[in-house]
Design a protein around this ligand. Structure first.
Ligand code: C2E
Ligand code: CA
Ligand code: CA
Length: 646
């Protein structure tokens, strides 16, 4: 009697728990993902088991006559075994889904994984004819047979497999999810053991139902994956999900859509929330793929994950997205034109870590070409960029930077000075040239440190006295114009130079015409202040920019460096010659000294002699070389000059 009430109470409780879980799941609409489906299957299995528990309690109570209770008992036990056998395999599939392990049957190995499930399920389903798993004798008593052991072994197999998936995914599952799944595993195991020890304690299904409620609250509830008021998964979810895919070698493609004029759109259409873009393009994106394949890792970026099983042609989809984004969008009463970049990247092809992923997500603009879809080869350039950025940022810690020197000469062949040029020797990437890493350093703000480093090295070199001894009048140091405009720049320069016993006019700063174009008045101010202290200034790369000539010359500079392209162009055609001749004539008339760089041949020198410039620099004399080599070069050069004079 007591046993009846106890079993009945337990079975009814677990049924109620399952029903509540199901209602909650459906009300919240969490039914569409494969993960959700496995969750619902498991809860349904537990609910069915609870119902068979109720029936079992009734038939074993002896209230019913044997001819009624035996068939009822048989039916309920059949249903129980048919469903309960599937519980552990389903839990394993559920955990796999949550951890982004592929559950597709692709080869014999993945087929073998589902074999225990298939075999035991067949055993359970055919038991009424075989009695391999259990049987009920004429007196209505229930007996186990060897098949039940097999079912336990299979369950243990999936239990272990699920644990392995969990263990290998440990780092890519959020801690909330981890504790919920562990909670379930412990409760389920406790239920099984209790019931094994005492078969009248029918608590296994109840324990599992309670445990699964925890899973519902922590795993199925996605509050931590979707930010309040947003439509799509957030950055943390993207991080964990892609982390899971990488961990388990899932192959998939990502389409990364970055809206580059978000600020304007937000101002035009925004009402203060960060959801503007989702409001504008959300419906369109959802029309392409199910919403749970879409992430919004930042206010202006969407990431769509395309798994193999979706049978989507990624390139075509990306093209059509790029095409759609090139057209205007209707939003409230506005017609908005978004500018965007669309990138396609493969995992694990071009994205090998979540760091790679977020690099792409956060640095979307590749080159100057903002149209169409970026993929394949373009991405390689892009990933290289990331490697270079890494190299730049750990360059100082790893001593990767070195200053090279390239000598400059008077027209008559005497040494004049040198230009300091930065080089980087990275452990991973080897030797890097400034054309590649300076623009990147300018973007992430590290160019200041590089320029300070170069200036410091140059001062140290000058203080040694060696350059002066061999006829180097001054050393040129390149400056980033963005840096000059920063407050405190003059103080920064002085702080470095004052550490050394040198003359300020031993240093000649080079600034570039093309960038200097933006704000001549304040740049002119800064230059004048430094010039008043004694520093010299050169205009670099003259002839490559589009700046206003009189503005350039308002910058009271000592030397104008004519860009190598002008020199080389003079040998290409007549027009090139006219440009070079007239440029030189004009600068001379303005009373500035002229240095021409890119001097590579005797013909170059002959021409420059005829045109009458002041200084020469180029590979004809020497490439930029390390300091020690440079010292040797100027020593030897002086000897050579002395010998020829003898
Ligand atoms: P730049 O200031 O115009 O430097 C001259 C560049 O022309 C150097 O390239 C030099 O190696 C190269 N060059 C000199 N003579 C010849 C020649 O006869 N033929 C050819 N083909 N090339 C020649 P490098 O060292 O690769 O530097 C590239 C650019 O990187 C520099 O152009 C400068 O804008 C920037 N840069 C270099 N060092 C620094 C630095 O310390 N700070 C900053 N902010 N920028 C730097
Ligand atoms: Ca330069
Ligand atoms: Ca130059």
């Amino acid at each position: 009697m007591l046993n009846y009430s106890f079993s009945m109470g337990i079975a009814v409780s677990s049924l109620l728990i399952c029903i509540v879980n199901l209602i909650y799941t459906f009300i919240q609409g969490r039914t569409d993902k494969a993960q959700n489906k496995f969750f619902i299957i498991i809860v349904c299995i537990l609910a069915t088991n609870s119902i068979t528990g109720i029936v079992s309690a009734i038939v074993t109570s002896g209230y019913l006559p044997l001819e009624q209770s035996i068939p009822l008992h048989k039916i309920s036990r059949s249903v129980y075994f048919a469903t309960h056998t599937a519980l552990c395999p389903m839990f394993y599939y559920y955990v796999s889904k949550v951890s982004f392990v592929s559950t597709r049957i692709r080869n014999t190995r993945t087929l073998l994984k589902s074999l225990p499930f298939i075999v035991t399920e067949i055993l359970a389903l055919t038991n009424l004819f075989t009695n391999f798993v259990w049987y009920i004798d004429e007196t209505g008593d229930f007996h186990r047979a060897w098949g039940e052991m097999l079912i336990y072994v299979a369950a243990l197999f999936y239990f272990i497999m699920a644990s392995i998936v969990l263990a290998t995914s440990w780092s890519v599952i959020s801690s909330k999810r981890k504790s919920a799944i562990l909670f379930f595993l412990i409760l389920a195991a406790a239920g099984v053991i209790l019931q094994l020890v005492n078969k009248d304690l029918k608590v296994e299904v109840l324990a599992e139902s309670v445990g699964f409620t925890g899973v519902l609250m922590a795993v199925e509830n996605e509050d931590d994956r979707i930010d309040f008021g947003m439509d799509f998964y957030n950055r943390a979810a993207l991080n964990l999900d892609i982390g899971g895919c990488l961990k388990h070698n899932r192959r998939l493609s990502l389409i990364i859509i970055h809206v580059t004029n978000y600020d304007i759109i937000n101002r035009l259409a925004g009402n203060g929330d960060s959801n503007v873009l989702s409001d504008i393009v959300g419906d369109y994106l959802r029309s392409l793929v199910k919403r749970y394949y879409i992430y919004a890792p930042s206010v202006d970026t969407f990431v769509i994950t395309i798994y193999k099983k979706m049978n989507v042609n990624v390139d075509e989809l990306a093209e059509s997205i790029a095409e759609r984004f090139s057209k205007p969008w209707d939003y409230n009463d506005f017609r908005l034109q978004l500018s965007s970049t669309v990138m396609v990247a493969d995992i694990p092809g071009s994205i090998k870590s979540t760091k790679d992923l977020f690099y792409m997500v956060d640095n979307p603009v590749v080159g100057s070409n903002n149209e169409g879809v970026v993929k394949g080869e373009d991405l390689k350039v892009f990933m290289r960029r990331q490697e270079v950025e890494d190299a730049v940022s750990h360059g100082f810690a790893e001593n990767s930077y070195e200053v090279y020197y390239q000598p400059t000469f008077h027209l008559d062949g005497r040494l004049h000075g040198a230009e300091a040029l930065i080089r980087m020797h990275d452990r991973k990437l080897g030797n890097l040239y400034p054309d590649e890493f300076i623009p990147i350093a300018e973007e992430n703000g590290l160019v200041d440190d590089i320029d300070s480093f170069v200036l410091d090295e140059v001062c140290r070199f000058l203080e040694s006295g060696t350059p002066k001894q061999y006829g180097i009048d001054n050393i040129n140091v390149n400056l980033s114009v963005t840096e000059c405009m920063k407050p405190g720049f003059i103080e920064e320069i002085n702080e470095i130079v004052s550490k050394y016993k040198i003359n300020k006019n031993d240093i000649n700063f080079e600034i570039t015409e093309s960038i200097a174009a933006s704000d001549y008045a304040s740049l002119g101010n800064i230059i004048q202040k430094l010039k008043d202290q004694g520093f010299l200034f050169s205009m670099d790369d003259y002839g490559t920019g589009y700046s206003n000539v009189s503005a350039v010359f308002s910058l009271n500079l000592d030397v104008v460096k004519i860009d190598k392209s002008l020199l080389w162009g003079a040998f290409d055609d007549e027009l090139g010659m006219i440009i070079l001749e007239n440029t030189i004539r004009m600068i001379k008339q303005m009373g500035k000294k002229i240095l021409v760089e890119g001097v590579e041949t005797a013909e170059h020198i002959a021409l420059l002699n005829r045109l009458g410039v002041d200084y020469l620099q180029g590979f004809f004399f020497s490439k930029p070389i390390p300091k020690d080599e440079f010292v040797k070069y100027i020593t030897d050069y002086q000897k050579l000059v002395a010998e020829t004079l003898e």
